[in-house]
Every structure is written in structure tokens, then in C-alpha cells.
Design a protein around this ligand. Sequence first.
Ligand code: SF4
Length: 375
Amino acid sequence: MKYIDEFRNGTIAINLSRKIDDLVRGLDTVTIMEVCGSHTMNIYRYGLKKLLPSNIRLLSGPGCPVCVTPTSYIDTAIAISQKYSQEVLITTFGDLFRAPGSTSSLEREKARGASVIVVYSTLDALEVAKNNAGKKVVFLGIGFETTTPTIAASIIEAEKRDLTNYFVLTSHKVMPPVMEALLRDKELNLDGFLCPAHVSTIIGSKPYEFIARDFHIPCVIAGFEPLDILQGIYMLLEQITRKESSVRIQYSRVAKYEGNPTALALLDRVFEPCDAEWRGLGIIPGSGLKLRNQYERFDAHTIFRISDFGFQINSAICNPQSAINGCICGDILRGVKLPADCKLFGKVCNPEHPVGACMVSSEGTCAAWYKYGEN
Ligand code: SF4
């Protein structure tokens, strides 16, 4: 297949791996973190760690949107479906459907009779709202800068269509603040970031410049194919060995310095920054997006008066061990533990019966280890 195969060429991969080996021979351990679930998956799928010398340590960070969504968010969605069972339809993407909250998941609640519909796009959710005029339709809006513009577009479209029964339960995240939090984490000692590719196609490379300037940590925006990732690692190592730090773009066929101005304008029109909870990482200032006041009527938090629910929906916020017994997803998302450190991995926790979010999502680190091995 033209174009894809070019980025999976084994001979070029081995040559790149030799160049990397030459570059870092004799160096102490270099720790690079990828903060993108698709990078994580492809690193495992293509066995890329085996192509790297032993003094390069690749860590997977909080790059999977379902994995970083706190249990309290799932608890809130379930609580809405229970408290307003006669009037609410919950719509969600499939990956969140199975994600565990404190005591249940939307999948389990649906089996018990809750009105939960899996949709493939926000436009599907709008259709559900149109076809169920007597119900309040709540879309579960999670994800990074990549998906949030589509949710912004759905709100503008709902306004255009005069839909008064469409609401979004927002838990959107933005990447640069969590990368800063990781750099401030004393348990981590990162030497470079492989920046998230999908996110970077939207935000561009500029928002990472503070990382190179203030923390002297090099960043490379790399694509998803094996050669993209290897070249991205090589571009990071070039900077690390020269003691340089800048933001470079390997994925130049898609990601641009200025990002995607149309998507950014859409984001800015509908959303504004807020603090956000991340599973395992707690509350990170400025790392979330909430609806602007003028779109408040679409905000499920306001409409359902979630702050009045009277139960501890935020109980898991500051507990890095997560609220789920024995699950160490939080530490895995911070890059301080590996799936092999979890005593539940592969025993009671597997993709068929996931205990934590990192095993539910196809982009989760535990799911990648389970599917492709330690690598
Ligand atoms: Fe959580 Fe399962 Fe991963 Fe353990 S293996 S950290 S229980 S998702």
C-alpha cells in the first residue's frame, strides 16, 4: 500500500535504529515520554522498544483520553442516568461505555435498564436529540484538543437547529499543562517528550515552546507510523546529546507551527480554560476546557445541578491509586509504574474483563501490554 508501507519499511527502520545506537552509545539512561495513546499502541504493536538500545527508556504518559477521565466523571454520568431515568438519554462514544467508575460502568448500567446509547459521532448524538424531543439527551464530552472541536461544532449546530434538549457533560482536557505537571513530578526525570501528534495537528507546535525554553526539555511532534516514531526519537536524541532544547516537527506532512486555525477558532468560540481532574494526577490548573457562559444552556453540569447531587463525585481526585481496588492506572498514567507492576494485570484484569481504564481503552498502556507483550 503506497504511502503507509513507506513508513513501515523494515530496512529503513533498522538503519535508523543503528543511527540511534551510534548517537547514544556510552550515555547514561535517557528517558523519553510519549503522551499519545496512538504512539503507545504503535510502539508496542511494532516492537519498537526492541529496536532501541538499552539505555533508552520509553515511558507512556497520560495520552489516552478515556484513561485520564476520572472515575468521578463516570460516577456523575451514571448518577444522571439514575436520578433522571425517566427523562434522560445518555449518549457516548464506545470506548467510554466500558470505562469503570467507582462501583459500576455505563455498560453495566445499561444492562440494568439505564438509557445509554453508543454513538459514532456528535452528529449522531444530535440525531438522537432530534428524534427524542421529549427527552434530554446528554452527550459525554471527553477528550483532548483533537476531539473537542467536534463537540464545539455540535453545540453550534444544535443552536442552529434550535435543539433545546441537547446537553454536553464536559470533561475536556488540554495537553501542555499536564506535560508541565509531569515535568514538575519529582518521581519522574524526563529527558524529552514525544508530543501528541493528533493534538498537535490542532494546536501546532507553539504551545510546547515553554517546555523547551523554561524546562530545557526537547520536544518532537512525531507521526504514528514506526518510521515516524523512530525518527522522532532520533530527533530528540540529537537535541539531548547536543544539550539543546527546542520544539521540532517530524510530522510535518500534517502538523504545522500554527496548528489548525479553523479548529482553534471553533474551540475558542465555544470553550474557555478551566482546572481539570485527571485520573491519577489530581487537579491540574488550566488543563481543562468548559463551556463559555453564552453556551451555558448546553451544559449538563448546570442543567442537572450536579454540584447539588450530594455525594462525593470527586472522591477519587487526589488518590493516585484510583478508587478501584488494586488498580494502579494512576501511577501508570504518571509514568512511575508499568502494567507489570500491577498484581491484577492479566489475572483478573484483561480486555474482556477490564478492572481499570488503562485496560478498557484500545489506546491504554495496559491494553497495549496485554495485546502485544512487554515489547
Ligand atoms: Fe488497572 Fe488493570 Fe492496568 Fe492493573 S492491569 S493498572 S487493574 S487497568
